[in-house]
Design a protein around this ligand. Structure first.
Ligand code: C5J
Length: 226
């Protein structure tokens, strides 16, 4: 399949590509979670949910592999370095009780993926203690076993966990595509810069395209009209 991506076409086969959805959790997207405790306007992130849903439905219908990630810590916070918990001056810190349970702690309501994008049985769910999806997680081995060589990214936030995960993947040899309208930041100018820098210098980190482009390519492939 060939996508008319930037800065040049992105070639991939569904059998060797995973859709990676980064941290579309209630803690980041809904009021009362970690994102809002840091002083952010979460409505910016909510705006991408319909486009993410359209991609997820199309990807599932085409039979593609789906990976969801959650930024998530053990209840005893043994995987949360003090440097991460103690930094800054948020109204709630990681592990503190908030309106949706303990902030960024596994199993708490706020740590779950938003219902609109909830994982289905058989999809991979990665709990990650860092920003990147590969750091201290089993993701590399799972992708190797599934013979995945290409990753299509969406999720939040563009310049933090999405960008870190895409850079980690790029260094591990994956061809990465970012769906521009399926990723968002609390800071629109950070999103714009991150998207631009990832596809710069001949796709130095990866490619970018829109959800419509991907969905159109999937539809073409499913009907065999390549
Ligand atoms: C942040 C993330 N922003 N998922 N996490 O701390 O981008």
């Amino acid at each position: 399949m060939k996508l008319d991506a930037a800065p040049f076409p992105y070639d991939f086969t569904l059998a060797h590509t995973a859709l990676v959805i980064i941290d579309m959790q209630r803690d980041f997207v809904e009021p009362g979670g970690f994102g809002e405790s840091l002083g952010n306007d979460v409505s910016l992130l909510q705006a991408i949910v319909p486009a993410c849903q359209r991609v997820l439905h199309a990807w599932r219908a085409a039979g593609g592999l789906v990976v969801h990630t959650r930024e998530s810590h053990r209840p005893d916070l043994s995987d949360c370095p003090p440097a991460k918990r103690d930094r800054g001056n948020p109204s709630l810190r990681i592990g503190d009780p908030g309106p949706m349970g303990r902030i960024l702690v596994a199993g708490e309501p706020g740590n779950q993926i938003i219902p609109e994008l909830a994982p289905q049985p058989g999809e991979i769910v990665i709990d990650k203690p860092g920003k990147g999806a590969f750091y201290a997680t089993p993701l590399s081995g799972l992708l190797r076993d599934a013979k995945v060589t290409h990753l299509v990214f969406m999720g939040v936030t563009t310049e933090v966990c999405v960008q870190t995960s895409m850079r980690e993947a790029n260094d591990r040899g994956y061809d990465c595509l970012l769906l521009e309208d399926c990723t968002e930041s609390y800071f629109p100018h950070f999103k714009a810069s991150a998207v631009e820098m990832m596809r710069a210098q001949g796709a130095i980190v990866g490619w970018t395209a829109t959800s419509e482009q991907l969905i159109a390519a999937l539809a073409t492939d499913v009907t065999g009209q390549r």
